[in-house]
Write a protein that binds this ligand. Structure first.
Ligand SMILES: Nc1ncnc2c1ncn2[C@@H]1O[C@H](COP(=O)(O)OP(=O)(O)OP(=O)(O)O)[C@@H](O)[C@H]1O
Ligand SMILES: [Mg+2]
Length: 347
């Protein structure tokens, strides 16, 4: 959100990391020169294998476990140089949500949400008003008197989110917020996170190993590998980058088992201004192609159809016709073979 050609005000990014490294005592380099920019109101996903440094990145962002080198700014405050009151102020801008919510078992949902406010010295009517507002925000007003043992996993996570929002943070950091939840509850929590962003304008960072979480809620995504950002960008741009392994992970295909090592045309529906699924079939129909679909994944992301489809052309001539037609319509299409892709050998 740097002042653009529209003449808008010069504004700093909400989160900015420059050359951030973290070496743990003992010599493990968990982060190795991370550069990352996240704008105000953005929902940013961070994915990567186990041990890639995701949780370390989140801990550095909270300012509790400082980076070894590099610069982290949150809403314009430099976490690495801030001390005392300035650091506390910067930390208050950050709320945390974890995979397993650590609620106080002897306190009701309402009392758990009130806890950070008590600690911050908010009292009386003001505290009651804030707690009621937070309960409403996460849809738990009816269950405010329930103890954690009486709440479902999704409801507990809602309490955790409300508690994280109590100090009115500008940034919500979520480390695997839905990994302990079933698919339906995951969708509810993700839609809550999205609506909180829409209503409160908060910036959200979600660490996840679930690509479905990224597809469903993120505006942008970064792939962390060995402590480095391997790829980062707006979701549709990353999906559209066919050279990126992250694109295949975000729009995966079910494993295909072909009887023979036939040729396969892979088409990616992701390009700006490219056709939707119906358009794709129209183009193939006009080219006289009758190829069978052997696998396909189609999702609607940010209101656009995005997908990956495999066709088995019946002859090399048909394959040529299909490739030419798809490419001239701006669809990324490539010819590959089941053999070359090693399909059927996986797992
Ligand atoms: N407190 C610590 N002391 C020493 N090494 C650590 C510490 N915490 C993490 N590490 C190491 O740093 C690297 C990154 O760990 P991190 O927890 O950030 O990974 P992650 O991406 O969150 O993995 P996962 O998906 O399994 O949660 C790993 O090699 C890990 O062993
Ligand atoms: Mg982790």
């Amino acid at each position: 959100m740097v002042g653009g050609p529209d003449g808008g005000p010069e504004e700093h990014h909400m989160i900015e990391l420059r050359g951030v490294s973290k070496v743990y005592p003992g010599g493990v380099t968990a982060l190795d020169g991370v550069d990352l920019t996240i704008d105000r109101g953005e929902i940013h996903g961070i994915v990567g294998r186990s041990g890639a440094g995701k949780s370390t990145l989140i801990r550095c962002l909270t300012g509790l476990d400082p980076a070894t080198s590099g610069k982290i700014t949150i809403d314009g405050t430099d976490l690495s140089s801030a001390r005392g009151a300035a650091l506390r102020k910067a930390r208050r801008k950050i709320g945390m949500v974890f995979q397993h919510v650590n609620l106080l078992d002897s306190r009701t949902a309402e009392q758990n949400i009130a806890h950070p406010l008590e600690v911050a010295g908010v009292t009386g009517a003001e505290r009651r008003r804030r707690v009621a507002e937070l309960l409403d925000l996460v849809g738990l007003t009816e269950r405010r008197g329930s103890y954690p043992s009486q709440l479902s996993g999704g409801q507990k996570q809602r309490v955790g989110i409300a508690r994280a929002l109590a100090a009115e943070p500008a940034v919500l950091l979520c480390d695997e917020p839905t990994s302990a939840l079933d698919a339906a509850t995951t969708r509810q929590i993700l839609s809550l996170i999205r609506s909180l962003r829409d209503r409160l304008g908060i910036t959200v960072v979600i660490i996840t190993h679930e690509m479905s979480v990224v597809r469903e809620v993120c505006d942008s995504v970064s792939l962390l590998a060995d402590g480095r950002i391997a790829r980062s960008g707006p979701l549709l741009e990353v999906i559209g980058d066919t050279a990126s392994p992250l694109s295949k992970e975000l729009i995966p295909l079910p494993p295909v088992h072909l009887g023979e090592d036939g040729a396969i045309i892979e088409a990616l529906l992701a390009t700006e201004g490219g056709p939707d699924l119906a358009g794709l079939f129209r183009i193939l129909g006009e080219a006289g192609a009758t190829a069978e679909i052997t696998a396909g994944t189609v999702e609607t992301i940010h209101g656009r159809q995005v997908g990956r489809i495999h066709f088995a052309p019946s002859s090399p001539q048909e394959a040529e016709r299909m490739l030419a037609a798809l490419r001239s319509a701006g669809v990324h299409a490539e010819l590959t073979s089941a053999q070359a892709r090693g399909e059927g050998d996986e797992q």
